[in-house]
Structure formats: structure tokens, C-alpha cells
Design a protein around this ligand. Sequence first.
Ligand SMILES: [Zn+2]
Length: 281
Amino acid sequence: MLDHILRSSPWLLVLAGGGCAGITPGAPPPMGPIERRAAAPVSAGVAGDAPSVAAHLAGRAEARFAMIGRSVSGAAIDVRAFGEGPDVILFLASIHGDEDAGTPLLQRLADELEARPDLLAGRRVVLVPVANPDGRTSRRRTNGRGVDLNRNFPAENFDARGRHGAEPLCEPESRALHDLILREDPARVVSIHQPIACLDWDGPADDLAELMGRHAPDLPLKKLGSRPGSLGSWVGLELGRPIVTVELPRSADRLSAAKRWERWGPMLLAAVTFPDEPPPE
Ligand SMILES: [Zn+2]
């Protein structure tokens, strides 16, 4: 069914160093909560915001760069993918535009994954370094229309008050992320925020949070409670997939890229290799 969705959905492709390719796991995932819920939202979500280039899936395993959509102002939302295998891990940063310390961390993670194929055996790692490009540019939490994207997902607890958007997925950025998750069907998701300095989680992510926490002693495990319409609520509670929300401290902004990686890189690598410890460099 996911194949069917991919073939019928417009899916923007760009740049992939060697040609045309899409972003999807090589093998069809097992039936699970994501698949059962996928059909209607995917077509509905993409139709309203159809990219102009249709999907061409030949050689999709080669896909390493793709644009999954555009922000309100037209900025590209880019994805990078590494490896190929049934164990799919999705990382996002900067869904809140003024909490962007995770973006350089994911860029560094990309370098690591490129340099260390041992981390990719049997798995595919998908990175969205800037989930909210307009917010990041304007140093605002919300997107270009003033909507908090991390309250705009179709979770049962969605609440249209405040800056959450009139209805779930009314924003192009949240639709792009939503559709990406349905396509990729990740086994686990990590989203990086600031400034609370803890690891929060939703869904069946106790073990994942625990392993990540062992590699980030300055980020204690702390259940913050599921926020209405958040990515955590949707992925963790509705889809039943493990999702860890990394809350870096505000002081992360003042650290060099090298220091940030030294402090939190091992935690990200642990999320990649879960349930195993990351191999030594
Ligand atoms: Zn946040």
C-alpha cells in the first residue's frame, strides 16, 4: 500500500547526486498502525499542496536529498537520507524556529553517517534539519502564518485554540512532515527542541529514551506531558511509534559545533543504533 501511495502522490524530487530517486524504505514495512491510517490523510494532505514535479521512483534507493515541501513563504523543506534497510529512523530539528540548536547537530550527524557505514547496517536514517524554515529565518517559534507547527498534527488531543491552527495539518510544513512520516514509516522518531534541558518521550519510547539518556548525562529523563496536536502526541499516541523529544538547554546556542557534538552526538548515535549501543569510533 505504501508503494501505491508513493506512486499516486506527487512527490518532489531534487538533486540526488546521481539521478532521480524517491525516499522510501526498500522493503515494504509490516502492517502496522501507520499503514492502517495512511490512505486518506496522505492523499488529502498532499493534494492541497501538490508539488509541481511528480514522483519518479526508478532508482529510489539512491535518493539522498529530497525536498518534501515548501514553507508558507516558499522555502524548501529538505530531507537527507542515509542507508537502506527495514529499520528506519527519522530525526527532525527546528520545528520551533527559535529552538534551532539541533540543526547543526543533524548536519554533523549527516557527516558521521556518511563517514561510518557501520552505523547503517540494516537501517535507513532520514534527517529533516530544518522543519520550520520560515520560523528559523525570523527567529520565531511559529511558521510564517503564526501557527505553532508542533500543535498542528492530527492527534486526538488537537486543540484549535491559540496558535495551533484552525484544524490539524492546515499548514504546508506540518503536512509535509506528516506525509513524510507516513511514507517512511519510521520505527522511531527524534525531534530536537530547546530550552528545557531534558529528554521527553511519547508512545512506547521508554527504552529508547533510557538509552539516549545514558549518553547525555546533562539531559535527565522527564515526562513533560503530551501537548495538544504535537508531533509527539500524533506519532507516539496515535501512531503508536516511539518518539523522543530532545530538549537541549538554551546555552547550546553558545557552544561551538564541535562542543555540541561532543556533548550530544553520542546520544543521537544511540538513537540510530538502538537497541544496541553505538559502536566506538
Ligand atoms: Zn519546542
